[in-house]
Design a protein around this ligand. Sequence first.
Ligand code: NI
Length: 249
Amino acid sequence: MYLQLSTWQEVEVYLERSKAVLIPIGSTEQHGPNGFIGTDALCPEILARGIEAEIGCLVAPTLPIGMAQHHLGFSGSITLRPTTLIAVVQDVVDSLARHGFERFYFLNGHGGNIATVSAAFSEIYAEASLGKADPKRPPLRCKLKNWWENAAVQRISKERFGNAEGGHATCSEVSLTYYGYPQHRKNAEMSPEIAPTGPIYDSADYRLRFPDGRIGSNPALASVEAGKVLFEGAVPFLAADFRAFAEAH
Ligand code: NI
């Protein structure tokens, strides 16, 4: 069930059986020479389709822009400041909580969102703890789940890509988007074959350290076929994880 394709009456009926919602969250940022700028938003969105097909959970619209300040040295990248992203997450949760949703499962596609979204959750809990939230509102629970952090994806990535998986513009994320959008896949030379690794500071420093945008990866190894295997491995795990979160006491 997709929020954007539902009526308000259908949402009311859903709320009678579940108070949990899945919200894909990503980023709009460069992903090297052969990765889509939308990679981090597309990956959780593609997986959410599989999860929805398996368990019929409500999927909210993807939040496609995240905290990506370090990528702004590359054309097309867009960032929210951490404070802006915190406000966006809070407003989305508050809006849905007003209708009766209590469990918010953010399926995340971008490592750079983790600290900020976790801070947003703390702001949401602090509202209740400080007595600022509506006392009639039931307790809210939020979870941030990085799609790549599950046993299936880790195993497949290790078997197929080994040390070429990398940390940004990874073989796995590029493969998953190629599976979702095969007609848009790209061919590009990777030089060097495996990109450098290092720390992340601001966008000018990032561009100097990682000239083509990749970190530690060789996404020339990405393929539609690997993306399919990753999708089929990840979906059952994530569906079970969502269900456990939705039903936990
Ligand atoms: Ni990414």
